[in-house]
Design a protein around this ligand. Sequence first.
Ligand SMILES: [Zn+2]
Length: 242
Amino acid sequence: MITAVALGDGVGAGFTGRAGGVSGPPFDSLNLGGAVGDDPAAVLDNRRRAAAALGADPERTVFMRQVHGAEVAFASSTDLPGPVDAVVTTVPGLALAVLVADCAPVLLADPAAGVVGAAHSGRPGTAAGVVPALVKAMCERGADPARMAAAIGPAACGRCYEVPAEMRDEVAATVPAAYATTSKGTPGLDIRAGVAEQLASAGVTRVTADGRCTIEDPGLYSYRRDGRTGRFAGYVWLKEGT
Ligand SMILES: [Zn+2]
């Protein structure tokens, strides 16, 4: 149900999957997305189950209204000022969640500074630099890229993520590592490689990537594969009392 990620002492982090929830098809079963047409009561139940499995507080989890941009918000409570694709906090116990189904969920932490962040980096967000913007916002709160650890979660892989040639060129112009060719020999994008390149450029060298492809792995939600479907999530938070 949960893949825990180690981002340092005093930091909790992990990625959810499809199993262990209460939603029916096509959202079965641990859908955490509130804007995909699923029963709100089921989503609420799933969010409680996911938080319990992770060890996070479901009443103190920040869900963004994601719009494929590069805006970053600072969260001091679960209320955000508006739509954003990245969020930062220094508040212990406040969990940051990023919802995805093919886009890359990116989790960052500087445990020594007590700063954590989460970003939603799909094609437009990666091209717009949402992850570099998140690193910068964390630095403004006292974090140092040299101390940061990052986790890139499951996403559509470069062998599966087919795009028109112009779109590949457009993204690769700013993020060269995202340039990919699919298993069919057609133009593709490798978002994870693009995000890894952006993190390296920002000075973040402790980076782990979950190699699972959302399109290939039936244990994950994929918008590309299924269209109407749910969302899984990445969570990161500062543990209280550490
Ligand atoms: Zn794939």
